[in-house]
Each structure stands twice: as C-alpha cells, then as structure tokens.
Ligand binder design. Structure first.
Ligand code: RM4
Ligand code: NI
Length: 214
C-alpha cells in the first residue's frame, strides 16, 4: 500500500453516496496513491503514463482501468490528458446485485484484468450514461441514490459489452481507428508502417486519415 491514501470523505458529497463521477479535465501529473474507495478510469483524450501496481501503461483515448481501493497508481508525463474517474464504495450499495459479476477487478483471480480498451461504440454509450450520472451528482433528490446506482450498473454492463483486452483488438468488430490505437500501443518500440497496417486491415489510407481527423 502506498503512503498517500485518498479518502472517501474528500471525494463523496455525503457518507451515503455510493457512486460519483470525478471528472479530470485535465488530469495533471499525480503522485502515487491508493484509496479507500474503488475507481474506474476512462480516458477521453490526450496521453500520459499511468503506472499501476508497478507496471507502466501509455494511455490514450479509449483506455479503461478498473482500480481496486488497495491498488497503487500514479500519472506522469501527461499531455492534455482528459479522463473521468467513476468512484464507488461497495459497502454503500443499496441495490442488491451481484456487483463482482460486472466488475472484473472484483472477480476471484482477477489479478490481470485491470486494464482494458473500449470500442468507439462503447465510448459513445458510456459518455451518455456518465453524463446522466454526473447530473444526479449535482442535483440530488430523493431518488438520486437509487438512480445513480442504476446508472452505474448500466455503465458497468455497457463496458462489459464493449471492452476488449488491449492485446486482442481483433476479437470484436472494432473500428479501424480502435485497431490503430491498439496496434500503436502494442508495438511502441518498432517504427510504424502505415502501408503495411492498411494492407493487413484491408482499409485505405484515406479512410484511416479521415477517421483520425474526426
Ligand atoms: C485524482 C486522480 C486519482 C483519483 C482521484 C479521485 O485526480 O485521478 O487517481 O483517485 O482524483
Ligand atoms: Ni486514483
């Protein structure tokens, strides 16, 4: 466990609140820390170095991490890094559900399942659900607690559907842009050959450039 421990009293608006959105627009470099709550990280833009339990990940749009309270992580070399943390306290959940079934880091033997990627379609769905969740955080009323947990569950299920392991981008029907990002982060040490990539993925350079601009 790291020296710096972030406390739920500083990040949740009440002792009952079970889930909250902590937007980092941007996420600055941040010292190594653990938490007394759990955290899901979704990267929207920019890049940086995310060190998690001693392993460094170069992160960019579409990266997704499920962080357990006791995990130790930090951010360095950030460049316009924009992300959202969805933070939660499992003991505060009121909705009876088998939460570990949709949170891979909580499942038994989950040591390797912290880091994932989310397809573009998944990003679109996640954005809409997180917007609603953020709204519930800001305008709480009698039903906000239940609605927030329901939205969180929707988010977890959407993530489960659209996420993929960083090394297995081809398992699902990803857009060519998802494939490109996965390819680049899996082969940081080699030069990138655009022609070879396009031939292998049967796409034209023009389409790829267009998607990149969008
Ligand atoms: C920080 C950083 C940490 C997170 C807290 C809630 O800016 O993103 O990882 O634990 O916010
Ligand atoms: Ni953290």
């Amino acid at each position: 466990m790291s020296g710096l421990v972030l406390r739920k009293s500083e990040f949740f608006i009440s002792p009952q609140q079970s889930v909250a959105v902590a937007g980092r627009y941007p996420q600055p470099a941040f010292a190594e820390h653990s938490h007394d709550f759990c955290e899901l990280i979704l990267v929207w833009r920019g890049n940086g170095l995310h060190k998690l339990n001693g392993r460094a990940y170069r992160i960019t749009r579409g990266d997704l991490f499920y962080i357990r309270a006791e995990d130790v992580h930090s951010y360095a070399s950030v460049n316009d890094l924009v992300l959202q943390n969805i933070i939660w306290c499992p003991k505060r959940f009121q909705l009876a559900f088998d939460w570990p079934a949709v949170i891979p880091a909580e499942a038994p033997g989950a040591a390797m399942s912290r880091a994932w990627r989310l397809s573009s379609q998944g990003m679109t769905q996640a954005r809409s659900i997180i917007n609603q969740l953020e709204h519930e955080n800001h305008c709480p009323d009698a039903f906000s607690h239940t609605l927030s947990e329901t939205l969180f569950l929707q988010l977890l299920i959407a993530l489960r559907r659209y996420r993929y392991r960083p090394d297995r981008a081809r398992d699902k029907e990803e857009s060519v842009l998802d494939l490109l990002i996965a390819h680049l982060s899996a082969s940081l040490d080699c030069a990138f050959d655009l022609d070879a990539f396009c031939a292998e993925n049967r796409c034209s350079e023009r389409v790829l450039r267009q998607q990149f601009r969008d």
